[in-house]
Design a protein around this ligand. Structure first.
Ligand code: PEP
Ligand code: MN
Length: 263
């Protein structure tokens, strides 16, 4: 029952002091992966200072290659909790398996379902039963209808606190990592009352394209963005090439000011 025909007004999803949906454009930011206490706390402080409403960071990472960094696991979740307690910023992190739910719920404010798990129905039901806010990413090759039906699983299990995320889809185009489907944002805003955010980091895979596509997301009516940022992207253990540096993140927030501050 995520349809606008059932509920005309926009759903606002709240966690900690963050609100996604409604009038203000919400910026969720942080590293692709939690890598260390120093890395996480320094980037968290930076994104908070410039106006991010929530901190992202993966502790369980769905990597294409099994030889790549797989995430810090529960130690990463504890660092996210530490950042939350020290800075008062709520956190978003990916849950990959039902068995991770207890620790995710203990340490994290908003559970991300990654693109690769959009149709993991056991996981959708588990986050639905948990009642924690959920950020549901569109599958790598999922249609908009499939995304809405995935959201319906969470809703039907008892959890209406769902944020949809357009993060780019597979097309024939190889110049960018994915093709960011901004049609989906405009379409979803008409079809559903759920908030819709854009991930321009995975949507493009290219740091230099993240600010222009963030502006486009705001212009098309998205409720916010989730963006990767790292204070030393060359050293990042995942997705460094698409991470905004500190000065770039500051510039992004300057450019989004009219949307972020809208009454
Ligand atoms: C991520 O947010 O780091 C991530 C793995 O995203 P996606 O599931 O969209 O690929
Ligand atoms: Mn990433």
């Amino acid at each position: 029952m995520v349809s606008r025909e059932v509920q005309a007004h926009d759903t606002v999803v709240r966690f900690g002091n963050a609100a996604v949906g409604g009038d203000k454009f919400a910026v969720i930011a942080g590293p692709c992966s939690v890598e260390s206490e120093e890395q996480l706390l320094s980037v968290a402080e930076m994104v908070k200072k410039h106006g991010a409403v929530a901190l992202r960071g993966g502790a369980y990472k769905p990597r294409t290659s099994p030889y790549d960094f797989q995430g810090m696991g529960v130690e990463g979740l504890k660092l996210l909790k530490m950042a939350n307690e020290q800075l008062g910023i709520p956190t978003v992190s990916e849950v990959m398996e039902v068995s991770q739910m207890d620790s995710m719920c203990e340490y994290i404010d908003c559970l991300q379902i990654g693109a690769r798990n959009m149709q993991n129905y056991a996981l959708l039901k588990a986050v639905g039963e948990s009642k924690k806010p959920v950020l549901l990413k569109r599958g790598l090759s999922a249609t908009i209808e499939e995304l809405l039906l995935a959201a319906e699983y969470i809703y039907d299990a008892g959890n209406p606190n769902i944020i949809l995320c357009e993060r780019g889809i597979r097309t024939y185009e190889t110049a960018t990592r994915n093709t960011l489907d901004l049609n989906a944002v405009a379409y979803l805003k008409q079809r559903t009352h759920l908030p819709v955010v854009v991930d321009p980091s995975h949507g493009t895979g290219v740091r230099e394209l993240v600010i222009p596509l963030s502006r486009a997301a705001a212009a098309v009516g998205a409720d916010g963005i989730i963006v990767e940022s790292h204070l030393n992207p060359c050293e990042a253990l995942s997705d460094g090439h698409q991470a905004l540096t500190g000065p770039m993140f500051e510039q992004l927030m300057q450019e989004l000011k009219p949307f972020v501050e809208a009454a």
